[in-house]
Design a protein around this ligand. Structure first.
Ligand code: GLC
Ligand code: CA
Length: 548
């Protein structure tokens, strides 16, 4: 059995990971073929984003059948083989469970549209109010959250794309169906579950207009959310002691996240929140650019570290995933300090209190895509916003700039394995363009060079296993007022850890207040090893951790 506090999770976006049959789409056999690479990296769990049958409007987050594998990814047998082959390498599989909504291609929704009352109750249909939409809520992908069905003279709710209809969790039959699905995958040997936007499932009793927002305050961490997660736990994974769970929490609070992840509550093992990756949103709007507000970043991460620690909750820590731009392009510098800043960001996030998640390609410092033509984009959110921003008469150059920084396609470009054709990802035409820098940034180069970003990640993963203070230690912020450095201490029994990270491409002098200096030794750095001193200068993007 694995201890999730000592574990590292590696996220695979299978469509972009490795294609074994030349159709341009990554597949499950591709994951199997790369297991030795992952074993060597030292990770414990693979979280695989959705591979179920789906029209792929939202790249698989629009599920049409929860019990199967989309043929473009392979078969159930391939999946079963993956579980066995991974286990043989001491790696466990974590699946993505999308239960806020189904695809409108799901049989339940089709039956609902056919007028079967039972299935209509699976979704959220509402009538117009005073000849207007049922509420003024907005879809997270732009536009209204309601879609009209002529035949019923009613609208159904979709918090995401119109092809992703929200499920009605207040219907007990829906909840029971969901338990069967979760149990089905648990019986197939899955040891981890990631619940997609799970804190949005409990809708309010009364649907009303949001006079100062897009509606999220009515359904985020909704009225019965804790009750429903407890019930889910009790009926599925809670019956086992070796299954870990992580909830994706949209616009949530520390207080709720303590509830979700404090073991006493019997809800989830840990939670993702996104506040720290919004510090470069201007006016809290993803589609308006601003440089990273470093003060804010520090404050948010410190508050969450301390708040969750006080409430005995547990964070899932990350910089990257399939919805976020690449971190080295975002808070680092993917040009002059590619290696240094990628390593600094890695150290920063991996040594926090919480379980670290790595998104495929992050471990080799993959960068944003910098696409220059709208035809290169595939992501539904990006395409919607391209239209919306054009309607707002923002000029095209500006829109491209925003997409180059914010589009989810930045993280979805195929994995760069080597410098051969298509970065070694596929023999066919990749479904999404490969980043031009693949001849430079790729796994093969990372393996050859002992000072690579890849080796740095490998080391971080093993340090968490080696030192209890990294897995279990208390968190204490340091140098809170410093404008360039993110520093912290961790403490556990008689082990002490100090982590210093310069977030900028300039030198910065720091002064520390520490006893027993000579007892500290450097355990990881992105420059030369050095001894701890009370006063010293950190180099551009220098990151260094010491242990006593
Ligand atoms: C989550 C997923 C994202 C998806 C959305 C709707 O945020 O990570 O990719 O579009 O939920 O399912
Ligand atoms: Ca394929």
């Amino acid at each position: 059995m694995k201890d999730f506090k000592k574990s590292t999770v590696y996220q695979i976006y299978p469509k972009s990971f490795y294609d074994t049959n030349g159709d341009g789409f990554g597949d499950l056999n591709g994951v199997i073929e790369k297991l030795d690479y992952l074993k060597n990296l030292g990770i414990d769990y693979i979280w695989i984003t959705p591979f179920y049958p789906s029209p792929q409007v939202d790249n698989g987050y629009d599920i049409a059948d929860y019990y199967n594998i989309d043929p473009s990814f392979g078969t159930l047998e391939d999946f079963e083989k993956l579980v066995v082959e991974a286990k043989a390498r001491n790696i466990y599989i974590m699946l993505d469970m999308v239960f806020n909504h189904t695809s409108t291609e799901h049989n339940w929704f089709k039956k609902a549209l056919d007028g079967e009352e039972k299935y209509k109750e699976f979704y959220i249909f509402k009538e117009a109010v005073n000849n207007e939409l049922p509420t003024n809520w907005k879809s997270k992908f732009g536009g209204t959250a309601w879609e009209y069905i002529d035949k019923f003279e009613e609208y159904y709710l979709h918090l995401f794309d119109r092809t992703q209809a929200d499920l009605n969790w207040d219907n007990e039959e829906v909840r029971k169906e969901i338990y069967s699905i979760v149990n089905y995958w648990i019986e197939k040997g899955v040891k981890g579950l990631r619940f997609d936007v799970i804190n949005l499932i409990s809708k309010p009793e009364k649907f009303e207009n949001d006079l100062d927002g897009d509606g999220r305050r009515f359904y985020t961490d909704g009225p019965k959310i804790h009750e429903y997660i407890k019930e889910l736990n009790e009926n599925t994974y809670g019956k086992y002691d070796d299954i870990i769970t992580v909830g994706e929490m949209s616009s949530t609070s520390i207080e709720n996240c303590i509830g979700y992840s404090n073991p006493k509550e019997k809800e989830l093992s840990m939670v993702f929140n996104f506040h720290h990756v919004k510090v470069d949103y201007k006016n809290q709007n993803k589609w308006e650019l601003q440089v990273c507000n470093f003060d804010n970043l520090k404050k948010i991460l410190n508050d969450w570290q301390l708040g969750m620690q006080d409430g005995n909750g547990w964070n899932a820590n990350f910089w990257c995933n399939h919805d976020q731009p690449r971190i080295v392009s975002r808070f680092g510098n993917d040009k002059e300090y590619h290696k240094e800043s990628a390593k600094m960001l890695a150290t920063m996030i991996h040594l926090l209190r919480g379980t670290p998640y790595i998104y495929q390609g992050e471990e080799i410092g993959m960068t944003n895509a910098y696409f220059t033509d709208i035809n290169q984009y595939v992501d539904v959110e990006s395409l919607n916003y391209f239209k919306i921003l054009k309607e707002q008469e923002i000029n095209e150059d500006e829109i491209y700039k925003v997409l180059q920084e914010r589009s989810r396609d930045n993280s979805r470009t195929p994995m760069q394995w080597n410098s051969s054709k298509n970065a070694g990802f596929s023999q066919g035409k990749p479904w999404l363009s490969i980043n031009d820098n693949y001849t430079d940034i790729n796994v093969e180069n990372g393996i050859k060079d002992k000072s690579s970003i890849l080796y740095h990640y490998k080391k971080l993963i093993s340090l968490r296993k080696q030192y209890d203070v990294i897995a279990y230690g208390n968190y204490l912020p340091m140098l809170e007022d410093n404008e360039s450095v993110f520093a912290y201490k961790r403490e556990y029994k008689d082990e002490y850890l100090i982590v210093l990270n310069n977030f900028y491409g300039r030198e910065v002098e720091i002064e520390l207040d520490i006893q027993d200096l000579e007892k500290y030794k450097c355990i990881i750095t992105n420059y030369e090893e050095r001894n701890l001193k009370l006063r010293f200068t950190l180099k551009p993007y220098e990151s260094i951790a010491f242990i006593k």
